[in-house]
Design a protein around this ligand. Structure first.
Ligand code: NAP
Length: 308
């Protein structure tokens, strides 16, 4: 069984930062990533609030830079999905479909994934008009009509982005006020291609081969209506990627990993960083801070363990 000092689960901004720090500190590190390096950040068209890039930078470019920097210091990355962590022995067991690894410490930076609406038609039409990534799929909707569901930063930013392609973008929100940052809201309100449907819920997604219409409910008067669209982008928040964890690591009621200020979880030797952690603000900048802190905590943990 291959043995590492630390295994990092997830190659988003938090995991890549931890990997940069531990590899640079000459700690034998393996980073396991199940999909695209950069995670959710690499699916963001433009990141405007990560300092150091006055004109903003594409999420994918930023994440490729993170990866290049970490691997330059010797970070080993493998593309495998972690399915279980075994905590019963002194060395932690990290299992993927392909392998089982041993590690003295583990940093969980597995991030979060788009939340589903859970309505009829959503699963059936995913990839056929239902999308969770405007950067990936927006260009398919040139001169067409799309809807975006949600009222947070992601929904409003991506609605503005989609106006590059679509003729009309309906922003469907369940309340009468947006949650997104003011500057983002202003951009949306000033964009003539965006139409707002307030106090509205999507009840069903219908079509034949592809999405054709949404069944909507006005939440104030319960009126049901139909809206013809070619696509629907769902941005109603995220859920933590913690499916591979056993009950022994303490989670918040929403399923995020609880940590202390050193980013230690309830299990010694297991640390958590980034969006998967229970915290106030989920952004690339805070993920980077988490990644650095977790790496330092691991370094101290390994040094103390060696002394025993
Ligand atoms: P979010 O901030 O949690 O917003 C989710 C939105 O979806 C809210 O408006 C919420 O409505 C709505 N919603 C939730 N469940 C729903 C349901 N079942 N049906 C209909 N609507 C529902 O999520 P997010 O926009 O995906 O952002 C996630 C995190 O990433 C946030 O911390 C955000 O600040 C961050 N982020 C930051 C940036 C940036 O800084 N540039 C960009 C993207 C994301 P209510 O308002 O009624 O609760």
């Amino acid at each position: 069984m291959e043995k590492y000092d630390v295994i990092i689960i997830g190659g988003g901004p938090a995991g890549l930062t931890s990997g940069l720090y531990t590899a640079r500190a000459r700690i034998k590190t393996l980073l396991l990533e199940k999909g695209t390096p950069g995670g959710q950040a690499s699916m963001t068209e433009l990141i405007e609030n990560y300092p150091g890039f006055p004109q903003g930078i594409s999420g994918l470019d930023l994440m490729l830079n993170f990866q290049e920097q970490a691997t330059r210091f010797g970070l080993e990355m493998r593309y495998q999905e972690v399915i279980e962590i075994g905590l019963d022995q002194v060395l932690k067991q990290v299992k993927t479909e392909e392998n089982c690894y041993q590690a003295r410490a583990v940093i969980i930076s597995s991030g979060a994934a788009p939340r589903k609406l859970g309505i009829t038609g959503e699963e059936q039409f995913t990839g056929r008009g239902v999308s969770y990534c405007a950067t990936c799929d927006g260009a398919f909707f040139q001169d067409q009509t799309v809807a975006v569901v949600g009222g947070g930063d992601a929904a409003v930013e991506e609605a503005v982005y989609l106006t590059r392609f679509a003729q009309t973008v309906y922003l469907i929100h369940r309340r009468g006020a947006l949650r997104a940052a003011r500057v983002v809201q202003e951009r949306a309100f000033n964009n003539p291609k965006i139409r707002f449907l307030w106090h509205t819920a999507v009840k069903e997604i219908q079509g034949k081969q592809k999405v054709e219409k949404l069944i909507l409910e006005n939440l104030q008067d319960n009126q049901i209506s139909e809206l013809n669209v070619n696509g629907v982008f769902i941005y109603i928040g995220v859920d933590p990627n913690t499916r591979f964890l056993q009950q022994r690591i303490t989670l918040s009621p929403e399923g995020y990993i609880e940590t202390n200020n050193q980013l230690e979880t309830s299990v010694p030797g297991i640390f958590a960083a980034g969006d998967v952690r229970n915290k106030e603000l989920r952004q690339v900048s805070t993920a980077v801070g988490d990644g650095a802190l977790a790496a330092l905590a691991v370094e101290r943990y390994l040094a103390a363990e060696t002394k025993i």
